[in-house]
Design a protein around this ligand. Structure first.
Ligand code: HEC
Ligand code: HEC
Length: 556
């Protein structure tokens, strides 16, 4: 039986190859939630394994591995030994933390949910029992030593009112800053000092030296504000430190004097799109600029360029690990959105208002954001509970993903042109059949689970749905992005998003990184207004109609 299963499994590994080409169209069912068309237990097992890879980074050849035990000793162990003491103080000064847990908190990692979690909150553990470290922490064995790195969920999961949501962009990640910090710390600590101060083993020293070496090949910039990400710049600036050959080989001279690239001084920050939308899309990234290829491979490539990895090693790894790639791909395409009713009682929603909102949505929003069929319109709706009536039964999104310029901040889509050629030139891009074509505008995203992914737009510039539906000249100018702990104080459930103005919790003002000023370059909150304005600039929807529209959006 086991033998049979193994044969079955390895055959079907190559059975359905998804259409990753530029001509890909969504199938009749309207989504690719089961991208390899797997069945039964095999489907479940593949997704289970894939979800583990989302937290436990599977790319074993990754460029930046921190020798775990030695680093822990350097950060945590105060001592009379002068070298150890110096390392400890340096850690406090440069890094600002004195334990690994502090570091994980600082990176903004989310905790694993409890074992009894259900539905979208059931996230498998990489270990037998609930790990004592947060999601994203990954240990990789190399040279007989334990190396630490971070996985996809460092950026692609977040805590919302006490539960971790897989696939929702991390509202508080500092993953990019982690590399900048490494670049500040590592040159100050030569290998000999590291060895004397931490008692690192031979294997750990090998790991530390390659950590130092690969850090030199990384170009990183800090995000403009908490919640945004500078992966575009990290890839562009890292490539500008490498040769322009087809493996972007390392070049020590360029590491010191990189080719100039606009993304060193022009922001192109964005936040990751939610994973549960992948199944509705045929091209990738906020601007739809990745027009072909498996987006998971593209992500490995981006992550590894940003970690200083040798791209020949990466290509070899990809060619030898199709099972892992398939599992991870199947998992991220299968992710489902959290629903309003997973957090709040169904009767906090007004069904009749939502139905009226649906009508407004049909006239003004469907053509870009797709249609959402609701269970309340089913012939047997009368027999359903309120919670069942609120469900979406079908998403009818464009068969081929569109890109539209609606006047939102252009820097992110413009940013792509500063490194698309460097990416397209790579042998690995050709092998992956990934092509980058800079665009003008952004993908109007499917609005499933939209209530949970505030603040809105690619650059987070609208704190709530009320703001999205307000004329740009009257939108919130400055807001704060506090943690989403208490839904009573940390969430505006009527406007759906961050509390603004007088409702901002007092403690949020202390966190300078959380202050969002929409007047800054790259953080503009303009655009996306024509769809709810009449030709004379007056508003199409009354305040009551806007509330109805928001009520409908809450049910998606
Ligand atoms: C450092 C943070 C970070 C990490 C780590 C990271 N991502 Fe992302 N990811 C992003 C950002 C930022 C974007 C969106 C950039 C944009 O479109 O402007 C993104 C976009 C994506 C997209 C495209 C989404 C869409 O709607 O088209 C996919 C798929 C994805 N990531 C998967 C992964 C996987 C799988 C991993 C782990 C192998 C990973 N990411 C690791 C930051 C990250
Ligand atoms: C012409 C196409 C178009 C129309 C019509 C349109 N939108 Fe959008 N919408 C977009 C684009 C493009 C974006 C992404 C903009 C960005 O990220 O900068 C967007 C973003 C959004 C977002 C933010 C999503 C997120 O995850 O951040 C919301 C909410 C939204 N639209 C709601 C609506 C509503 C409600 C309507 C109808 C009143 C509407 N849109 C009509 C194109 C459109």
């Amino acid at each position: 039986m086991i033998k049979f299963l193994i044969i079955f499994y390895s055959i079907s590994l190559f059975a359905e190859t998804p259409d990753w080409s530029e001509n890909a169209r969504l199938p009749e069912v309207g989504h690719r939630g089961n991208i390899y068309e797997l069945v039964g237990d095999e489907h479940k097992e593949v997704i289970h394994q894939g979800k583990i890879h989302t937290s436990s980074y599977p790319v074993s050849i990754t460029g930046v591995l921190l020798p775990y035990e030695a680093s822990r000793r350097a950060i945590e162990a105060d001592s009379k030994n002068p070298i150890k003491r110096w390392l400890y103080k340096l850690g406090q000064k440069v890094l600002g933390f004195t334990s690994m847990d502090d570091m994980y908190n600082w990176v903004g990692l989310s905790p694993y949910n409890e074992e009894d979690a259900t539905g979208v909150f059931k996230i498998p553990y990489p270990t037998e029992d609930k790990p004592d470290f947060p999601m994203g922490v990954t240990f990789i064995e190399r040279h007989g030593a334990k190396g630490l790195t971070f996985g996809c969920t460092a950026c692609h999961s977040t805590q919302l009112f006490g539960k971790t949501v897989l696939g929702l962009s991390n509202k508080r990640t500092k993953a990019n800053d982690f590399f900048l910090m490494g670049q500040k710390y590592a040159p100050k600590v030569p290998a000999t000092i590291f060895k004397l101060g931490t008692g690192a083993t031979k294997g750990e020293m090998k790991m530390y030296r390659s950590f130092q070496k690969n850090l030199m090949a990384i170009g990183a910039v800090s995000p403009l504000v908490l919640g945004l990400d500078t992966s575009l710049a990290q890839v562009a600036l890292s490539l500008s430190k490498r040769n322009q050959d087809e493996y972007a080989t390392h070049n020590k001279k360029l590491q010191k004097r990189p080719r100039p690239n606009a993304l060193s001084h022009t922001p192109a920050d964005s936040k990751p799109g939610v994973w549960w939308n992948l199944k509705y899309k045929t091209r990738w990234l906020r601007d739809g600029s990745i027009v072909s290829g498996n987006p998971i491979l593209t992500n490995f490539l981006w992550n590894e360029i940003g970690r200083g990895t040798d791209l020949k090693d990466l290509e070899k790894w990809m060619k030898n690990n199709s099972k892992i790639i398939k599992e991870l791909t199947a998992a991220v395409f299968s992710i489902e959105a959290p629903r309003w009713t997973d957090f709040f009682p169904a009767d906090s929603l007004d069904l009749e208002a939502a139905k009226r909102g649906q009508a407004h949505f049909k006239t003004s929003c469907v053509k870009c954001h797709g249609g959402y069929e609701k269970a309340w319109d089913l012939p047997n709706a009368e027999e359903l509970t309120l919670e069942e009536k609120l469900k979406t039964t079908k998403v009818k999104y464009a068969k081929k993903t569109k890109v539209k310029d609606v006047g939102t901040d252009p820097l992110r889509w413009q940013g792509m042109k500063h490194f698309s050629e460097d990416l397209n030139r790579l042998a690995i891009s050709k092998w992956m059949e990934t092509k980058v074509v800079p665009q003008k505008g952004y993908v109007p995203p499917p609005l499933v689970g939209v209530w949970s992914r505030y603040p809105y737009f690619h650059n987070n510039s609208a704190p709530s749905l009320c703001d999205v539906l307000t004329k740009p000249s009257e939108r919130t100018v400055i807001f704060y992005q506090g943690p989403a702990d208490d839904p009573e104080t940390d969430f505006d459930s009527e406007c759906v998003g961050y509390p603004t103005g007088r409702d901002i919790p007092e403690s949020w003002y202390q966190d300078k990184e959380a202050k969002f000023d929409t007047r800054r370059k790259g953080l503009s909150n303009k655009g996306h207004s024509r769809m709810f304005l009449n030709a004379d600039g007056s508003e199409k929807f009354s305040p009551v109609e806007k509330k109805e529209l928001i009520m409908f959006l809450k049910t998606l």
